[in-house]
Design a protein around this ligand. Structure first.
Ligand SMILES: Nc1ncnc2c1ncn2[C@@H]1O[C@H](COP(=O)(O)OP(=O)(O)OP(=O)(O)O)[C@@H](O)[C@H]1O
Length: 495
């Protein structure tokens, strides 16, 4: 797990009463962003950010391209606003603008409350940036860290090298590797469709393909996204009159990797997706997709999309056996140990978890994450607690498992905010609060890791999720009313 939050907290405070200069603030904000995101992601998205103005509760920053602005607004609005609020007490909003070619002039647009208006002020195709905007957008979209243009950022930890192979996934892994090796020339496996029940490694494998493709020498344009993200981006593009550039952008890519196809809904969106699928496959671009069931069983899908997906190579992954489960645990322990050398876990505990948690890779990781989380807050699990934990994980198998999707639905209903708002970059309190509660519930009711939850919440960083979980946990401890409210929502979701 990335330890950004901890690094971040180690920063030296400026003595009370001392007024920081803009340059000092910029340095501190940069240091925090680097600590949270890692050097590569920081350099890609914030390396060219400038602070233009600070005052009256507003910080104005600028970046050289509309693409960077859009990306920062949709992926890092929360992180940026939270950091500025800490560094510049009294900050209520952060405006991100595109720097004009004329030195110093910029086109402001709020990061928080009016994404639609903001996007219209400087659409992606606006020639407002210095140099060649298209080129700058491409450069920004191809950071050395491997994030792909337009889609969700890739998680650098999902690699072939730490994907544990076993009888359950051998064929899928071989196909995935072949696809990554041949890149856009993988016509034999086009589209490659991987299906498996929850938590069996679809996302890991898809991202491993995308990560490997991004690193190829022929530098294909790779887009990884979930069906939900596709829907959200498409809806936003229509609202912002950017549907054309949205389509153009996607049709120009070489490899599309799309996850969670079972969530693709809506007639016009499916139509659009079908056009995209046809355009890509017919022009020999590679499509890799995944869902929780075989393509022909995806009943909510438009029959044309279904048949196009079923016309490629479909491969199933099954549940991991004991050796695979042990392998997954060992891989996670190794990773954790590299980040925090003080991290220890008894070998007997590893065997116990692998023996008792017979579900998916996620269940195995869920048990591990709980143990790691306790370790990180200085409260290691005692043997009895481990037993309780394993009992609760093995009890909540199969159909009764709570999904982030269910949590989002109930929270949005309970607080009367739309799911789109919860997933958006909006930072008004009426949206932020339910979002944090939903994140807290996702962490405590599902075995998903912080980065996974971040991805489900509109591609947010795991530190944003951690912040939300800690905040709600702390408030809950001092506010019995909040405790009751959370229990009520929890019961509704479980029922
Ligand atoms: N074979 C494996 N090797 C290493 N890690 C694995 C393997 N299978 C699953 N995992 C881990 O388990 C967790 C869940 O896997 P992943 O998110 O890829 O599942 P999924 O099939 O996409 O689930 P969902 O359908 O719920 O999104 C991930 O952290 C992943 O790294």
């Amino acid at each position: 797990m990335h330890s950004g939050m901890n690094d971040d907290m180690q920063q030296q405070p400026v003595p009370a009463g001392a007024k920081k200069t803009t340059a000092e603030i910029h340095d501190r904000v940069n240091a925090r962003l680097k600590a949270q995101l890692g050097q590569d992601a920081f350099a890609s998205w914030f390396g060219r950010m400038q602070i233009d103005e600070i005052g009256r509760g507003t910080v104005r920053v600028s970046v050289p391209t509309a693409f960077l602005k859009t990306w920062i607004r949709s992926h890092y609005a929360d992180a940026l606003a939270a950091i500025f609020a800490e560094e510049v007490p009294g900050t209520l909003r952060v405006d991100v603008a595109v720097r004009s070619a004329v030195r110093g002039a910029s086109l402001p647009s709020p990061v928080a409350d009016d994404p639609a208006g903001a996007a219209q002020a400087a659409p992606m195709s606006t020639k407002a940036a210095e140099g060649s905007p298209r080129q700058a957008e491409r450069d920004a979209a191809r950071p050395s860290g491997g994030a792909a243009e337009f889609g969700s950022p890739l998680d650098g930890r999902y690699l072939f090298s730490n994907f544990v192979e076993g009888a359950a996934n051998r064929v899928a892994l071989a196909a995935a590797k072949a696809v990554a090796e041949n890149g856009p020339q993988s016509v034999r496996f086009n589209p490659l469709f991987i299906h498996a029940s929850v938590g069996l490694g679809k996302t890991h494998l898809l991202q491993a393909i995308a990560n490997a493709c991004v690193a190829r020498e022929d530098r294909p344009r790779v887009v990884y996204l979930t069906a939900e993200y596709f829907m959200w981006r498409f809806a936003t593009a229509i609202r912002d009159n950017q549907a054309l550039s949205f389509k153009e952008n996607l049709r120009g890519i070489d490899i599309l990797v799309i996850d969670d196809m079972q969530f693709l809904q809506g007639k016009s969106i499916q139509q659009e997706f079908c056009h995209l699928l046809n355009a890509l496959i017919d022009s020999a671009r590679l499509v890799v997709a995944a869902a929780d069931r075989p393509a022909h069983e995806l009943e909510s899908l438009d029959p044309r999309v279904r048949s196009r997906l079923a016309g490629g190579v479909g491969i199933e992954m099954a549940a991991p056996d004991f050796d695979m489960r042990k392998g997954i645990l060992e891989a996670r322990i190794q990773q954790m140990h590299a980040e925090d050398p003080s991290f220890r876990i008894e070998s007997g505990t590893v065997e116990t978890i692998a023996r008792r948690v017979v579900g998916s890779g996620r269940d195995v990781e869920g048990a591990f994450n709980q143990i790691a989380f306790r370790h990180s807050v200085g409260q290691p699990l005692s043997p009895e607690h481990l037993d309780d934990l394993l009992n609760s994980i093995t009890r909540t198998g199969g159909e009764k498992r709570v999904r982030v999707e269910d949590i989002l639905r109930f929270v949005s209903r309970h607080y009367n905010v739309s799911k789109t708002d919860i997933l958006s970059a909006r930072r008004t309190r009426t949206v932020v609060r339910p979002r944090q509660i939903a994140m807290y519930l996702a962490k405590t009711m599902t075995p998903r890791s912080l980065p996974e939850i971040g991805r489900r919440f509109g591609g947010r960083d795991h530190t944003t999720v951690l912040h939300a979980v800690r905040k709600i946990e702390a408030e809950r401890a001092g506010d019995p009313k909040l405790g009751e409210e959370l229990d009520l929502i929890r019961r509704m979701i479980e029922e």
